[in-house]
Design a protein around this ligand. Sequence first.
Ligand SMILES: [Zn+2]
Length: 319
Amino acid sequence: MKYNDSGMKIEYSDNRKVFNIHTDGIPCLSFDMLDKLGVPNLFTTRYISYDEASGTGVKGLRTAVMKTEKVEEASPVCRANRDILAHQLGSSLSMELVTDQKHTNYVHVATCEEDLGVATVGNFTLHRQFVDGIVTDIPGALLTVFGGDCPPVYIVDPKRKAAGLVHAGWKGTLGKIPQVAIAQMVVKFGCDPTDMYAAIGPGVCKDCYEMGDEVYDAFAEQWGKEDADRILKRYAPGTESKAFARIIGGSGQQGAPDGKYHLDLIAANRLTLLRAGVPADHIEVSNVCTMCNVDTFYSYRGRALENEQVAMMVNRFGD
Ligand SMILES: [Zn+2]
């Protein structure tokens, strides 16, 4: 299923309209649920610009400094692009809170103005190293995380006017990072999970996300076998994941040898949010896979490694 309301080609796994597509300025998606709450939010694509009439655009949006790059050279470009995106949300980088992301489940709690806009080294600032999520109650603070295939999880509490944004790769998901963020919001800001809303952003889909047996074992150990069996399924031998087949299709290789476990990151994080007390009808989930849509998104597994997407959200609720 493709939505064509902006011309941008995105393949959805079902027929739900989860996102609004914006092609004014730097093209990006936003969660309709968060838009309706008045929370400025976005998720980028590979496009710098997009022409709806011709269905073409300029690609190569740099937002994150990659490990292979010289920080001094890449950082100004990435920061300049992130500043444009911040302005699209009515904010600026002077309000940014950003993580360096090491596949942990550590969450930084930002409560003072001194935390804002101090990302001077690469993507991040030194006192926020080794965290994969941030929660804040600072009005107007801009939260930023990056992802190649790992979905971001947006969490807001409109009552207490607090927000959290986490990077949930398989290790952060295993460590229940959305629950860690929610617990911090409860303890530090007096939030009640039943007032919260959460949205799980685009990432790699279960069909594309093959894992070794050790990942199943880790989930079975930490989550229990019953939950592990809900979110990890062993695909039958000979099953070929669609995106994997497409990527190697022209190379003459055989399709993916399957019979491996596949992890459903979206379902896993949804389960964590539910267990943390967020009501089911307050949770929205992405139906867009970064690897199935490798023309539109950077994807680690899809071998589109030049950059990552950026997820942003402003701790603001309406005007
Ligand atoms: Zn996929």
